[in-house]
Write a protein that binds this ligand. Sequence first.
Ligand SMILES: *[C@@H]1O[C@H](CO)[C@@H](O)[C@H](O)[C@H]1NC(C)=O
Ligand SMILES: *[C@@H]1O[C@H](CO)[C@@H](O)[C@H](O)[C@H]1NC(C)=O
Ligand SMILES: *[C@@H]1O[C@H](CO)[C@@H](O)[C@H](O)[C@H]1NC(C)=O
Ligand SMILES: *[C@@H]1O[C@H](CO)[C@@H](O)[C@H](O)[C@H]1NC(C)=O
Ligand SMILES: *[C@@H]1O[C@H](CO)[C@@H](O)[C@H](O)[C@H]1NC(C)=O
Length: 586
Amino acid sequence: MAALRTVAAAMAAVALVGRVQANEHPLPPCLDPFQPFVYSGCFQQNDNTQILPYRSSSPSDNMTVEECVAECKGNGYRYAGLVYFGVCYCGQTVNGPQVSDDQCNLSCSGNSSEICGGNNIFSIYQDPTFPPADDVTIADYHSLGCWTDDSSLGRALVYRQDQLDSASLTTEKCLQACRDGEFPFAGTEYSGECYCGVVIGNDTYAAPASDCNMPCNGNSSETCGGSARLSLYVAHELQSLQPCGYEPPPVSSSTTLPPTTSTTSTSSSTSSTTTTTSKTSTTTTSSSACVSTTVVPPTCEYKCGKWCSNPLPDWDDVDGCKLSWSNCALQVASCFKHAGFPDALSCFEFGDWCADVSKYCNSKPSGGCRKTDFCGRNPPKGGNPPTTVTVTTTCKPTTTTKHTTTAKPTHTTSSTTKCPVPTPTNICTQPSNARYGYGPGKPVGGIDMPVVTCNDLAEDWPAYPFKQYNFPDSRDCAKYPRNRCGNACADACKEQYEDCLDVYAQGCKTKTKKTRTTWPGRPRDTSSSYRRAYAGSSPAEKRTFFSSWSDSYDSAVQKCKAQYSDCLAVNRGVTGAGKCPRFGSW
Ligand SMILES: *[C@@H]1O[C@H](CO)[C@@H](O)[C@H](O)[C@H]1NC(C)=O
Ligand SMILES: *[C@@H]1O[C@H](CO)[C@@H](O)[C@H](O)[C@H]1NC(C)=O
Ligand SMILES: *[C@@H]1O[C@H](CO)[C@@H](O)[C@H](O)[C@H]1NC(C)=O
Ligand SMILES: *[C@@H]1O[C@H](CO)[C@@H](O)[C@H](O)[C@H]1NC(C)=O
Ligand SMILES: *[C@@H]1O[C@H](CO)[C@@H](O)[C@H](O)[C@H]1NC(C)=O
């Protein structure tokens, strides 16, 4: 509650300084099918307090519950609220007391058989696909680096937290304010400003880390953004598990149960099989609840040091397998970037694991190609096992009320994950240099540049056709409009340079060579980039390549630098012309 009051205060402050409000550049309503919002009751707005901060700009004279809910869903909010015949609002929390349902007695302007609140009384609907927020702490926010906040279209994050004292602002205080408001995004700026948001403004870009160069007023050993630059953080735990555009994974099953019974839903996953056991013993005439049980992959599937992979999509055929391989290969660079030395050395093994996925796909042309089978033989290292989630929503009343079932294991029909995943072919070019021995397929230290290719998120399309895959979760990756494709390559060169210093040069310094020295005898243990290099090189080149990990620190640094400057040069003319012409065409 307190948090929401602060949001209201923040909104007032935003208006005061002439900045745009949350509703000026809304995302489009969600047109894809999504889990219906659940009616949550009738709530009263108190004086001087905004019950939900985002006001829709859609006309209120033809409003329906469906239209308002679709707008809130499209903009990533958890709650939709309708007031006074159909003024539509959205928010992350509801800041007002519940009142009896009969106080919501005004019909909707666009459908007279629906209720649209009362006078200052809101009919509230809730998106049931958000995970519980109770356990989320500021430790769940992770850094996305430095981002621009200088758009004429408005703030990168629209909810300014002016209730925080600027003179004593720390990163933790800002994260706590955003967590209290259940905002997934948080950002600090200009030493003493704190912002929260549900989405990142659409004219916001990743900026060089060096742009965020201002210490926090309350703790000078922390960075609080810069001038028109945000130190940005995200907690995915506060975002919907099924955002607009989400397609359910093939491994799931649903069953309809009355709401008042205690249900035991267990689910065990063996080769894309979900078993749902339900016991129902009472009869009820009220509307029933839909209970669906889904096996959710772990948030941390493969772990190297401080880095966790984003779990590969499930697959049960060769095409799905290949999509998963692309997804895997796109994450290798993020491992080197985030794992931290010396754990980053195990990122080579992660690369090998991805290569094993590819081999597995190709070895199963005639069926039996399943993720569970692959993972049984090649278990991901360091992460957590999958979990089971039960989502309960209200659904249409049904006549099936009295039954006891033990559902048999059901094989879902071969349905591949449809999420588009770009092929991991880099638009940017790995530079060559005969003197230092690097070239396509054999970057310094075997560390490829992050892949720059088509953006895999439909909602970012078409404003940002390109993306640099430098985070495991693609939502965190830097995205680029068409005219900035060249910047994407320059950024990728820089990332490769940093990884080269942090992993390769460090490895040479500490003489930590791990599996690399045993490479020629153990081809299975090698990353795809090593494999490509190995396959395409003469024996003499191979020797040079593998002995390169015995560089001195200084000569390793020299190679990294040379590769960086060659990389910038060779990618100077990249325009992206003809690449990624349409969403999904890659
Ligand atoms: C951002 O949103 C506004 C309003 O919806 C739109 O006019 C503009 O083109 C968008 N800009 C980008 C870069 O997506
Ligand atoms: C109201 O909206 C519906 C679609 O939701 C549309 O068919 C109808 O023409 C609209 N009516 C008016 C008066 O704008
Ligand atoms: C509708 O609800 C309001 C309170 O929100 C109440 O004052 C009013 O009497 C109600 N009208 C009817 C017809 O029930
Ligand atoms: C009006 O709302 C009712 C109740 O939700 C629904 O059954 C009906 O389809 C809606 N009518 C239109 C035209 O959307
Ligand atoms: C200042 O920030 C540093 C780095 O996050 C942290 O270790 C330290 O405890 C903070 N000091 C205070 C007084 O909060």
